[in-house]
Write a protein that binds this ligand. Structure first.
Ligand code: ASP
Length: 454
């Protein structure tokens, strides 16, 4: 029987999801829904389930299945990678290269975003702040959705601000590893613990060390086998996730601000495209000396999963599989570089944060000085390291940056919320692409020759 390759199956699922999502949007097929009701017509029931519930049901099962393996996979991959290095000197070198790659590429991404948003000026209409032309602050955008309001506050109910960057650094050393492992946002703490664990594991008596190494290697193999199994369901999962996003679009709410929302969307899209299709390929070609086209092909499944899930953490198992099996990077390098990348290296996110804050400032007519732009760049870099690889995580960072530049920006943050999801899908793919490029570049610099070259 003819069996389509997985990425084709996922692409078909994506296309079907868009069609199904549009068909379940309000007013398309289901005009009989209460017209006074704001929001999508998802109350139409199918065997007692609304369409949105049905899409979310399958999508959430897939997403949970991926998330379920992330913590044991990160632990097993970092520990086996470090413990298999003969001396810790190798670890220092690998660590330094990884951090350097991540800082450089994220900085380039932010600068591309900054240049684009200054060039296109999506927040202005005929040279005037959109706020004055459209009266946005008095309109729908000023009414913050509950989800945004919640994100503006910390868990203890106080307002978010830059002090959170300090907290994020302190929290890299977990006070309780079990609690950190059970909290989605604390993967960096898990990584720090695992690095220490592996370093000291290699210093204990041989008999204990070997037993430990065997255990973690076994765990790693099991997690990868589970990833393989879960990916068989990717087309169904992707269908559910994407159909739910499309069906949830509320065109009525966007109408008044359509022009600036579109301008913002296209500016971000253009900047992300420059980074993904020019900067990263140039690095692959001239620094790693591998074929960018082959690299993109090798990463297809991971990129499509990142696009559909909007979560680089949930995509991590697939990223590891693609980088090792398709691109040919050694387990030692991939297992160290990728878990770290999924948590700290977010080129797309950093770029987006910068474009979003600058755009919102343009909309309200707040002139950001050069000094403040430098501040935005630095904060975008720092917060992109701190945000978790989960959907919409950037919104936290944008709130923190806006709070330190001009809190008035927060009054209209709802404008970007309308297009956050599609842009999240795109920036997450760029985040994963950059992680994979890092793995390949670093592997080549470590003398790995088995990588796809031409
Ligand atoms: N969803 C992104 C990720 O997982 C983070 C963000 O920009 O919101 O990589």
């Amino acid at each position: 029987m003819l069996k389509l390759k997985l990425h084709w199956q996922i692409l078909i699922a994506l296309a079907l999801a868009v069609v199904a999502g549009i068909m379940s949007m309000e007013g398309v097929f289901f005009d009989h829904v209460d017209p006074k009701k704001i929001g999508p017509a998802l109350d139409v029931k199918l065997l007692g389930f609304s369409f949105l519930e049905a899409y979310k049901f399958v999508g959430d099962i897939f997403l949970n299945a991926l998330k379920m393996i992330v913590v044991p996979l990160i632990a097993a991959s970092i520990i086996t990678s470090i413990a298999s290095m003969k001396e810790t000197k190798g670890l220092g070198r690998l660590g330094l290269k990884t951090i350097l790659f991540y800082l450089v590429t994220s900085s380039i991404a932010i600068i591309i975003g900054l240049a684009m948003v200054n060039l296109v000026k999506p927040g202005l209409i005929d040279g005037k702040p959109a706020d004055q032309v459209l009266g946005i602050s008095k309109s729908e955008a000023a009414k913050l959705p509950d989800a945004v309001k919640q994100k503006m506050l910390k868990a203890d109910g106080t307002k978010r601000d830059v002090s959170e960057i300090r907290d994020a650094i302190v929290n890299m050393v977990p006070q309780n590893i079990v609690q950190a492992a059970s909290n989605n946002g604390k993967l960096l703490a898990v990584i720090v613990f695992c690095i220490l664990f592996a370093v000291f594991m290699s210093r204990i008596k041989e008999q204990y060390r070997d037993a430990q190494l065997n255990f973690w290697q076994g765990l790693f193999e099991i997690m990868m086998a589970m990833t393989h199994f879960i990916m068989k369901f990717a087309p169904i999962g992707v269908f559910g996730l994407v159909a739910a996003v499309v069906a949830g679009v509320e065109p009525g709410k966007i109408a008044g601000m359509f022009s600036i929302i579109l301008a913002f969307f296209l500016t971000t899209l253009g900047a992300l495209a420059i980074h993904a299709f020019i900067v990263i390929p140039l690095i692959l070609k001239f620094v790693a000396r591998v074929s960018p086209v082959l690299h993109f092909k090798a990463m297809r499944d991971a990129l499509l999963t990142a696009f559909s899930t909007s979560s680089s953490a949930a995509t991590l198992p697939i990223t590891i599989e693609c980088v090792e099996k398709n691109a040919g990077v050694s387990k030692r390098t991939a297992s160290f570089v990728l878990p770290l990348g999924a948590t700290v290296n977010m080129d797309g996110t950093a770029l987006y944060e910068c474009v979003a804050v600058m755009f919102l400032a343009q909309v309200i007519g707040f002139d950001i000085s050069f000094g403040q732009q430098v501040m935005v760049v630095i904060l975008a870099l720092l917060t992109s390291i701190g945000v978790a690889g989960v959907p919409s995580a950037s919104l936290f960072a944008i709130i923190i940056i806006a709070e330190s530049i001009n809190p008035a920006i927060l009054g209209i943050i709802a404008i970007i919320y309308f297009v956050d999801r599609p842009l999240d899908m795109l920036r997450t793919s760029v985040n994963v692409l950059s992680d994979s490029a890092a793995a390949v570049t670093i592997a080549r610099s470590e003398g790995e020759d088995q990588i796809l070259i031409k």
